[in-house]
Design a binder for this molecule. Structure first.
Ligand SMILES: Cc1ncc(COP(=O)(O)O)c(C=O)c1O
Length: 403
C-alpha cells in the first residue's frame, strides 16, 4: 500500500466527532468573521506559545508582513533572512519595498548562521545603500534556530528579530519558545504544517502591547483600535476611522474552531513526531546523513530531511517502492531569478548551495505506524546499498562536512 507523505485523515479520525461538532457550531452560529473562537484561539495560542500577545491572521505570510508594516519598514531598508527557506520568508520584503539580504545557514541544522548574519550586517552597513532594520530567522523543518546567538547579533545592531516559525510552531530551545528571544514569532497553520487547519491560517506572537495593537489595526484595513481613540469621542463608528494603510488579514472563524480542537492533541503529536524521528535516526544510521537538532532543542519535525549524494536515484527507488519523498528546497531563494540581484552575505552562501543539492525529505507525521516506517527505512537502505555496492554513506556524525 502506498505510504502517505503526511496523513491528515488519520488525525481527522482521531479528532472525531468533537471536531465536526466544532465546525458545525460555527456554521450554525453565522459568526463567520471574528467569531468568539478567534479570541479563544488567540488566548490558547498565547498560553501554549509562552507569548503575552497573539494575533491570529489569514496565513503565515500575512503573519510575517504585519510586524514589518507595523515597524514602518519599507524602501531603503534591509531585512536579513536565510535563502534556504520557503519563498514567503523573503518575498515579503520586496512586497513592502524593502530589500532582503540573504544569509548562510549552519551545516548541521540548516538554520541561520549567526556569523554569516554578523558579516552580512557589517557589509550592508559599510556599503551604505540600505539601512539594516530587521532579521528573520527561520525554524526550518521544525527545529529552533540558534536564537541566543542570533538575537545577540540582531539586538547589538539595533535590529528587530522575527522568528519565522511557520514550520516550527511548538519547537523549543532549553524549554523556551522562540518568542523568548525574538521580538515577534510567526506561525503558519497551512494544513501540512505540524499544527495545521483546514485552509490557510497564521498567527503573530509578540511581547509589546503597542506593536500588537498596531497589528490589530493593520489586520483590518488600518481601522482605529481602542488605544487610538482613548479619551476621544466620535460622531461615527470608529470602525470606519482608518488611521493606517492596512489590509484584510483576518483568520476565518471556522479555522479557529478547527485549531482549538487540534491544539488539544498537539503536545502528544509533537511527542509522537519525536519518537518517529528517533526511530528514523536509528534505522538509517550508516546509510544517510540524518538530521541533527540544536543542543537543548526540541523539533516539531515538520519534515524529516536526510542527505544523500544520489538524491534522484533515491527518490526514484523510493517512488517504485511506494514511498513518496519531497525536496525542500531544490532552488535556494537567492538562486531564483527574481531574487538573484538582492545582496548576500560576503562570500556568498556556500552551505546553502551545497545543501540544496543533497537534501531529501521522507514521510513524517504523528500517525506513521512502525510497519510503514520500517518499509521506508528498508527502501532507503536497499537503495543506498544498490547505489554503492553497500557503502554510499554521506558524512556521519557531528562535524562531518556539508558537501
Ligand atoms: C518558512 C516559511 N515561512 C512562511 C511560510 C508561509 O506560510 P503560509 O503558507 O501560511 O502563508 C511558510 C509556508 O510554507 C514557510 O514554510
Amino acid at each position: 500500500m502506498p505510504i502517505p507523505f503526511i496523513d491528515l485523515q488519520a488525525q481527522r479520525r482521531r479528532l472525531g466527532e468533537p471536531l465536526e461538532a466544532a465546525i458545525l457550531k460555527v456554521v450554525r452560529s453565522g459568526a463567520y468573521i471574528m467569531g468568539p473562537e478567534i479570541a479563544q484561539l488567540e488566548s490558547e495560542l498565547a498560553r501554549f506559545g509562552q507569548a503575552p500577545f497573539v494575533l491570529s491572521c489569514g496565513s503565515g505570510t500575512e503573519a510575517l508582513i504585519l510586524p514589518l508594516m507595523a515597524w514602518g519598514i519599507g524602501p531603503g531598508d534591509a531585512v536579513f533572512c536565510p535563502s534556504f527557506t520557503f519563498a514567503a520568508t523573503a518575498e515579503i520584503m520586496p512586497l513592502i519595498g524593502a530589500s532582503p539580504v540573504f544569509v548562510d545557514i549552519d551545516s548541521d541544522t540548516y538554520n541561520m548562521d549567526a556569523a554569516s548574519l554578523e558579516a552580512a550586517i557589517q557589509a550592508v552597513k559599510a556599503a551604505g545603500e540600505f539601512t539594516p532594520r530587521a532579521v528573520i530567522a527561520v525554524d526550518l523543518f521544525g527545529q529552533p534556530a540558534d536564537y541566543p546567538a542570533i538575537a545577540e547579533v540582531a539586538h547589538r545592531h539595533g535590529l528587530k528579530l522575527i522568528a519565522d516559525s511557520a514550520q516550527g510552531f511548538g519547537c523549543t530551545l532549553d524549554g523556551r519558545h522562540p518568542i523568548h528571544w525574538a521580538d515577534v514569532a510567526t506561525a503558519s497553520f497551512f494544513p501540512a504544517k505540524p499544527l495545521g487547519c483546514y485552509g490557510d491560517g497564521g498567527a503573530v506572537l509578540s511581547k509589546d502591547a503597542r506593536l500588537h495593537d498596531v497589528m490589530v489595526s493593520l489586520r483590518v484595513h488600518g481601522q482605529a483600535v481602542k488605544s487610538d481613540t482613548e479619551g476621544a469621542t466620535f460622531e461615527h463608528d470608529p470602525k470606519y476611522l482608518n488611521l493606517r494603510v492596512g489590509m484584510n488579514a483576518r483568520m476565518d472563524t471556522l479555522q479557529a474552531a478547527v485549531l482549538l480542537e487540534k491544539l488539544k492533541i498537539f503536545e502528544s503529536e509533537i511527542e509522537a513526531r519525536n519518537r518517529i524521528a528517533d526511530r528514523y535516526a536509528a534505522g538509517l544510521a550508516g546509510v544517510a546523513r540524518t538530521p541533527r537538532v540544536i543542543d537543548k532543542g526540541i523539533s516539531v519535525w515538520a519534515q524529516y530531511t536526510i542527505e544523500v549524494d544520489n538524491r534522484d536515484g533515491l527518490a526514484g527507488h523510493l517512488r517504485e517502492a511506494g514511498v513518496p519523498t519531497a525536496v525542500y528546497y531544490p532552488i535556494p531563494i537567492h538562486r531564483q531569478a527574481i531574487y538573484s540581484a538582492y545582496p548576500q552575505a560576503p562570500g556568498g552562501l556556500p552551505v546553502t548551495d551545497a545543501k540544496s543539492k543533497v537534501v531529501i525529505s521522507l514521510p513524517m507525521h504523528p500517525y506513521l505506524e512502525p510497519e510503514a516506517q520500517d518499509q521506508v527505512i528498508a527502501a532507503v537502505r536497499a537503495s543506498q546499498a544498490s547505489a554503492s555496492g553497500g557503502g554510499a554513506v554521506r558524512g556521519q556524525g557531528p562535524g562531518s562536512a556539508a558537501g
